[in-house]
Design a protein around this ligand. Structure first.
Ligand code: ZN
Length: 282
């Protein structure tokens, strides 16, 4: 299994390091929209999709005006998943599966660029995206982005390092499955990948910054405020974060944890070219 770490769009809200912990000053911060492109024996697998071509071409009404402005969403055709994987020499039609951490606008925008891919999501997240009962839910879950058939999962599988799982993703290798980490959204999950040389966990937005995995957790103030605003269940979010901290503490040698929005990758991830990174483990 070979994993390419790709950034599919970004958000650049004002506040600099108060947002991302690294950008000097209080000008535009850089919040990555980090996805994984995984080469498997069953074909290419995407973990999350960031923003897609339709978001670039028709930001309204694909995206909510409020989030477009507040997050200063940066949309470039060259930064979409479909363009990133073409630049890596792949054919978009070879993307057979997409595994989704959650269905927020900054994770699901590229789904419609891959009409032939099978999409896998937790049943709870799919239900939350259908409900859209509050203004915040209507802003984050965008029907035009989600116009794609999805396979939904809710049967608990064997625990993984003590964490709950949703396994048996239709057509995918056994070493790829969902790890429920709710709180940011109702059905938010991480995606676990068995590389054969250690595990990778794409933790989505269960943490916004990798320093949240430290003891004690650290987080820039605006990222913290945004996480509080976006959460649907604070207790569940903090419990998910505690579980990830325990995983990093007890099994950090076996599991590399990545999150979506931290602009800085953990040190074990190499950086061979702008926008594209190949993860090497072991
Ligand atoms: Zn996000």
């Amino acid at each position: 299994m070979r994993i390419h770490v790709i950034e599919c769009g970004s958000m650049r809200p004002f506040g600099g390091r108060l947002w991302d912990g690294t950008t000097p000053g209080i000008g535009p911060a850089h919040l990555a929209c980090r996805c994984l492109l995984v080469e498997t024996e069953e074909g290419l697998v995407l973990v999350d999709t960031g923003f897609g071509l339709d978001d670039v071409n028709r930001p309204v009404p694909r995206l909510s005006r409020t989030f477009l402005v507040a997050d200063r969403i940066h949309l470039e055709a060259d930064e979409t998943a479909i363009s990133r994987l073409r630049a890596l020499g792949f054919n978009p039609r070879d993307v057979r599966h997409i595994v989704i951490t959650h269905l927020d606008f900054d994770h699901a925008g590229g789904l419609t660029d891959f009409p032939g891919a099978r999409v896998h999501v937790s049943a709870e997240e799919a239900a939350a995206a259908r409900r859209r009962t509050t203004p915040k839910a209507r802003g984050r879950y965008r029907p035009a982005q989600l116009a794609h058939p999805m396979r939904e999962y809710d049967a608990p599988g064997e625990p993984w390092f003590g964490l709950p799982t949703l396994r048996g993703l239709d057509g995918l290798p056994e070493g790829i499955f969902l790890v429920p980490l709710p709180g940011h959204t109702a059905g938010h999950c991480g995606v676990a990948l068995d590389t054969g040389h250690g595990w990778v966990l794409h933790a989505g937005d269960a943490v916004f910054m990798h320093a949240e995995l430290d003891e004690p957790p650290r987080m820039p103030p605006l990222a913290s405020a945004y996480a509080n605003f976006m959460q649907v269940d604070r207790d569940a979010r903090l419990e998910s974060r505690d579980r990830l901290r325990a995983l990093a503490r007890d099994h950090g040698e076996e599991v590399t944890i990545l999150c979506t929005h931290d602009p800085v990758l953990p040190p074990r991830v190499l950086q061979p070219g702008p926008g594209q990174r190949i993860l090497t483990l072991g």
